[in-house]
Design a protein. Structure first.
Length: 626
């Protein structure tokens, strides 16, 4: 077999199983069909957008052409041309009738408990402002998602395909398998109450393998062919929004990673297409850049409230009451279509790499450039580049992207440990030699110091020498401390080496710092509490307007009563009234303490000095009695 056939077999052996949420309307497609449906546009700086290639005429060859664009221009595709309103309405009605008549009602998405019922008032207020900002921000038009779904259904009716683009590469002893999925549309906002909508969506899953011991002994070149059966999978990393690092990956033996044979299971977020290890509903928070300084201040105050005052539970359970982030739920229930081994649909694998023309030569966006200042509604760039034209880290540094650049492959671990032991042993010998030399030097200085101390006229020289001895003693102490620490590290590395030789299983979760877990079941959440949480911000804003219009002299008092009433009502429905009263009591006590300190500052200082004097007298009196 040649390299292409072997790489395809490797990819097929481990290809992930993707489980979607019921109601998902878009699945991975081939880029050739998508390009054929798009038009190509350019947005020069300060000028209106210009069409370069109309819809229906664009090909992969035209896409990779050098267009000689003005500096700062944005090159982008446009997938959806708005349908006639009547035609779009007819299609929507036909789709609804088809679901009812063909018993596909089970494919309809039903949202869970309201996301706003799970967060505080600050987040709800910021969420309202975020939604209002869509009126002035650049955004994908409302009918775009419906039109995109119509085009995708037409395509699937003509030729049903589910494709991924696979990449196999070797780096630092690892064999990395990347599975890239391209979705024609992301309808998280319009379809599932999420953050954004945008045309085009690239997602990726990486599997990190090593060769078996017998194979690695015979394979020396980085370009040597690898038999699929000689690979041992060790780590899996799922792309999830724009996150990167250790928290993205799980060990192959981690119970959190669900597998069917050699195929890892991926739970895909509805509309967002983010990847998760467990099924469930995930809270995602979008931080608005201009509110970041205020969020840092509030988070610091909350840390004081939890750590210093021991209030509102632990850090893990504490949720921000005024968190300046927009909360959204990512539904990854896994109750919809399943693509992959054992699923209702199967994958078609397509190989690509850094030499594939459409991947390496096209630097533009893979969908509409909505001119959104926070980029949420703008289409993403391709698998190799970011929106700003720089390389994606997951493409050029797949190990570092998942935090594996610091992890040694198992077959290289013992040699690496022995190399480190030799380096530590050399360091220990060097430190021991330095300590002997420094000890001799400080002893020599002390002999001179003792000799000078016998002569009264040498007092200044004696003091200068004493300073040198003090500095030398500190230096010697630093070397001794470094030697002790190095010996301790040497012993620990030796112990770790023995554990590896004894076959002790590795620590597979020590790298995880912030585990993204599904939200707890909220089926028992009081429906009235959910209703209050959903309506509270709207009622608050309307109440503010009414107070300002009709009762302006009592505006502040009325606002306090309005906010207090909403908070107390919701706390009662949630069964958290006792905690709320306790928190208010402590808060009022702190405020009262500051008021007293402000009004009676000097009296408090005098009383403090008086008590300090009495305490000192009592301590001295006890000493005299002894």
């Amino acid at each position: 077999m040649n390299e292409v056939e072997i790489n395809l077999r490797i990819l097929k052996r481990f290809e992930p199983i993707l489980r979607y949420t019921r109601g998902e309307r878009f699945f991975p497609v081939d880029v050739e069909w998508y390009i054929s449906q798009c038009s190509l546009w350019v947005k020069p700086p300060g000028k209106p957008a210009q069409e370069l290639v109309p819809q229906g005429e664009l090909t992969l060859e035209l896409l990779t052409r050098d267009w000689n664009l003005e500096q700062g221009s944005v090159l982008y595709l446009k997938f959806v041309e708005p349908l006639d309103v009547l035609k779009l309405a007819r299609q929507s009605i036909a789709e609804a009738v088809e679901r009812l008549t063909h018993h596909t009602i089970e494919e309809i998405f039903y949202p869970g408990r309201a996301r706003l019922a799970r967060v505080g008032y600050g987040s709800r207020l910021i969420d309202a402002l975020f939604n209002l900002s869509l009126f002035w921000r650049g955004r994908v038009p409302g009918d775009t998602a419906a039109t995109a779904a119509y085009l995708y259904r037409q395509r699937q009716a003509q030729q049903e395909r589910y494709c991924y683009y696979g990449r196999v590469l070797r780096e630092n002893g690892w064999i990395i398998l990347q599975y890239w999925y391209f979705y024609p549309f992301n309808n998280w906002r319009s379809g599932f109450f999420g953050v954004n909508d945008h045309e085009g969506d690239w997602e990726m899953v990486s599997i990190y393998c090593v060769e078996s011991t017998s194979s690695s002994e015979t394979t020396t070149s980085s370009h040597s062919l690898i038999a699929p059966d000689d690979l041992i999978p060790l780590w899996v990393a799922y792309a999830s929004h724009d996150f990167e690092g250790d928290d993205l990956r799980r060990h192959w033996t981690d119970p959190e990673l669900e597998k069917v044979g050699d195929h890892p299971v991926v739970y895909v977020g509805a509309g967002s297409h983010a990847s998760y290890f467990q099924k469930g509903e995930y809270m995602s928070e979008v931080e608005l850049p201009f509110l970041r300084p205020l969020a840092l201040v509030v988070d610091r105050l909350q840390s004081v409230w939890v750590d210093f005052l021991r209030q509102a539970g632990s850090k893990e359970s504490q949720k921000s009451f005024f968190t300046f982030r927009v909360p959204f739920v990512d539904y990854a229930r896994g109750d919809g279509l399943v693509i992959g081994a054992g699923g209702t649909k199967q994958w078609e694998a397509i190989l690509f790499d850094e030499n594939t023309p459409w991947a390496c030569r096209y630097h533009g966006l893979w969908g509409l450039y909505a001119e959104d200042p926070i980029a949420g509604e703008n289409a993403p760039a391709g698998p190799i580049y970011d929106r700003d034209g720089n390389f994606r880290r997951c493409w050029i540094d797949p190990l570092g992207w998942a935090g594996l650049d610091k992890v040694t492959p198992p077959h290289q671990l013992i040699p690496r440990i022995e190399e480190q032991l030799r380096a530590l042993d050399t360091q220990i010998q060097t430190l021991e030699k330095e300590i002997r030399q420094k000890t001799q030097e400080i002893q020599r200085l002390e002999v001179i110091h003792q000799a000078l101390a016998t002569q009264p006229q040498q007092q200044k020289a004696c003091l200068d020498l004493n300073k040198k001895i003090t500095i030398a003693a500190k230096d010697l102490w630093g070397s001794r401390r470094e030697l002790a620490e190095t010996r301790r590290v040497y012993q620990l590395v030796q112990s770790y080496r023995q554990q590896i030789l004894d076959g002790k299983p590795p620590l597979i979760r020590a790298h995880i710092r912030h585990r993204h877990e599904p939200l707890p079941d909220t089926s028992n959440l009081n429906i009235l509490a959910e209703g209050v949480a959903t309506l509270s911000v709207g009622i608050l804003l309307i109440g503010v307007v009414l107070l300002w219009w009709f009762e302006r002299p009592y505006f502040l008092i009325g606002l306090a009563v309005l906010i207090g009433s909403l908070v107390f009502i919701e706390a009662g429905f949630r069964g958290q009234l006792a905690r709320l009263i306790n928190s208010i009591s402590i808060g009022l006590a702190i405020v009262s303490a500051f008021v007293l300190l402000f009004h009676f500052f000097w009296q408090i200082v005098l009383v403090g000095v008086l008590f300090a004097g009495l305490f000192l007298l009592w301590q001295n009196f006890r000493e005299l009695r002894r």
